[in-house]
Design a protein around this ligand. Structure first.
Ligand code: ATP
Ligand code: MG
Length: 550
């Protein structure tokens, strides 16, 4: 470690409130810092965090019910940290004062808590989980970019070493905030995220569907060819049922969603209509970024729709609407389309823009779908499922500004620090790895993640002297060579031991039995192989080392 890259935060004065020598020296040596009564940051940071810091950053209000809030015995507010930007920013603003100490990077492995609406898939989406996170501090954007690139490389190396099939993809920054961000996804059918790739060999484009841009169609809007009609569509409330009832393709229909708009000075939120092609789905993240739309995206209450638009949510369409209408890009090239008639149980067919109605704004508010042109300009979008195992962000000065974290720059002037943050979901990685590595017998760990590299399975260990001697000696030899080995000395049937080793997923298995020992051979099996191999008792260590690639 270079001291220049390590936070040495020693102090001369003995803090007044520290009575015992260990407390005094830990404070003076900079091992710990008090965050609140009985809460100390010593990297790792405390799991429980005082509300004041979250109020400072503004996230106490913004974060919503995923933030588990609690009160202590004195009725003071705390939360259990879902992430640690506030705590680290608070520490750095107190300990780092000069540009000369930058850049600096802090990492920890810490339990996080997020009160997820829908915890599922075991530890893949749990409420309490373990994260490796890191936060970097910089004088300027250029330095942040350098560290961000180094983190990108480190994450790529980590996931490669773990033997995962993964991709780095462009991402939205979510509630963490900031400008640039990339996620690392393990590709697996059970993934909760859709990842858009370009199918062109000339492109490495990959982005989370949350952010992948749906391009403006290059086709011209066909001229209207039919006159508009109002048709009776009794009890047809969904796009699917309306299209089926009228015998229309979904891409010839328009769906209208009404959401709350950005509040005005009095706090009044007007209704805003969003129109999308019937077969497209709205992208909430894109929609709520539109200046006219409230964030978080909120569907308009049914009663307001009835009161202000004079109809129910299932029958809305663009004709005669007096509120702002934001059209998805794809909608602007539609003609002769069908939409709700703002009259219960009626739709209009053969509607045409300009002739029959207008939109007030055009925006990209939908999810890309397979076959869309790739935003990189090469090929078409292809969609695969991914599990987000890591995420790197450039936060910029979002937190340093809100929390007034500055250093003195070369001119002796205070300057907000630039920040980056970087997370790996350690517990989720374990689950994601299994999603890619299993068979009907159980888990197949890549070497780097396996709890043990080698399973040594003696037959009749408790009865046969020869087996016991050979096993004990190989076990000692492997351990001495630094190989991570588990010897199954349980008094159980061989079948049970084999099944356990396979289910647990140990990559290499060596079986020691009387019959083989007579001819000086043991039995070896790779967890991923179909059959056993004989291996010599003499030179067993070298054989195993070769299999481990050592
Ligand atoms: P998600 O979109 O899956 O909810 P996130 O984007 O909110 O995750 P980040 O804030 O980027 O998560 O956290 C960094 C990493 O922590 C994620 O990449 C993921 O691997 C892990 N992680 C986040 N939430 C959970 C959870 N509920 N259970 C397990 N791991 C999680
Ligand atoms: Mg994320």
């Amino acid at each position: 470690m270079r001291a220049s890259q390590f936070l040495i935060a020693t102090q001369k004065e003995t803090p007044a409130d520290a009575e015992v020598i260990s407390h005094q020296l830990m404070l003076r040596a900079g091992l710990i810092r008090r965050l609140a009564s009985g809460l100390y940051t010593w990297l790792p940071m405390p799991a429980v965090q005082p509300a004041e810091l979250w109020q400072e950053s503004g996230r106490w209000q913004q974060y919503g019910p995923e933030l588990l809030r609690l009160k202590d015995r004195h009725q003071r507010d705390f939360c259990i940290g879902p992430t640690h930007e506030e705590v680290i920013t608070d520490m750095v603003r107190k300990e780092v004062h000069s540009y000369k100490n930058l850049p600096m990077n802090f990492y920890q492995i810490q339990t996080k808590f997020r009160d997820e609406v829908r915890p599922r898939f075991g530890v893949m989406r749990s409420r309490e989980f373990i994260m490796k996170d890191a936060y970097s501090f910089h004088l300027n954007q250029e330095s942040l970019q350098q560290t961000y690139n180094a983190m990108h490389m480190a994450y790529t190396n980590i996931f490669t070493r773990l033997g995962l099939n993964f991709r780095a993809v462009r991402a939205d920054s979510g509630s963490i905030g900031g400008d640039a961000s990339q996620e690392f996804h393990v590709l697996a059918q059970s993934g909760e995220d859709d990842i858009a790739f370009s199918n062109s060999a000339n492109s490495s484009f990959a982005a989370n569907v949350e952010t992948a841009e749906a391009m403006l169609p290059i086709t011209e809007r066909p001229a209207p060819s039919k006159s508009m009609e109002k048709v009776h569509t009794p009890d047809q409330k969904t796009i699917d049922s309306v299209c089926e009832f009228l015998g229309l393709a979904k891409n010839q229909s328009l769906k209208t969603l009404v959401v709350l708009g950005t509040a005005d000075d009095e706090g009044y939120q007007p209704l805003v209509a969003l129109v999308l092609r019937g077969d497209h789905s709205m992208n909430d993240i894109k929609a709520e970024k539109h200046p006219l739309i409230a964030e978080p995206l909120t569907m308009a209450p049914e009663q307001r729709i009835i009161d202000e638009l004079g109809t129910k949510p299932g029958s809305i369409g663009p004709i005669g609407l007096t509120i702002s209408v934001i059209a998805d890009r794809a909608v602007t090239v539609m003609s002769d389309f069908t939409a709700g008639a703002n009259d219960a149980d009626y739709h209009h067919t053969n509607i045409n823009w300009k002739r029959d109605c207008e939109y007030s704004d055009v925006a990209d508010i939908r999810n890309v779908v397979a076959g869309d042109p790739s935003p990189c300009g090469h090929g078409e979008i292809e969609i695969k499922r991914g599990i987000e195992v890591g995420h790197i962000f450039q936060l910029g000065d979002k937190y340093s500004r809100a929390m007034n974290a500055t250093v003195l720059n070369e001119n002796g002037k205070p300057q907000f620090m630039q920040m980056g943050c970087y997370g790996i979901g350690i517990t989720r990685v374990v689950a994601a790895c299994i999603e890619q590595n299993f068979d009907d017998k159980g888990i197949m760990w890549p070497l780097a993640l396996a709890p043990f590299e080698v399973a040594l399975i003696p037959l009749n260990y408790d009865k046969s002297e020869a087996v016991r001697t050979a096993t004990d000696s190989l076990y000692s030899e492997l351990k001495a060579a630094g190989i991570d080995v588990i010897m199954d000395d349980r008094a159980m049937r061989p079948g049970v031991k084999f099944a356990d080793a396979e289910l647990i997923g140990l990559p290499h298995r060596v079986v020691i039995g009387d019959r083989g020992l007579e001819s000086g051979t043991l039995e070896y099996r790779d967890r991923r192989a179909e059959a056993n191999e004989d291996m010599p008792l003499e030179g067993a260590l070298e054989f195993v080392k070769a299999k481990l690639g050592r």
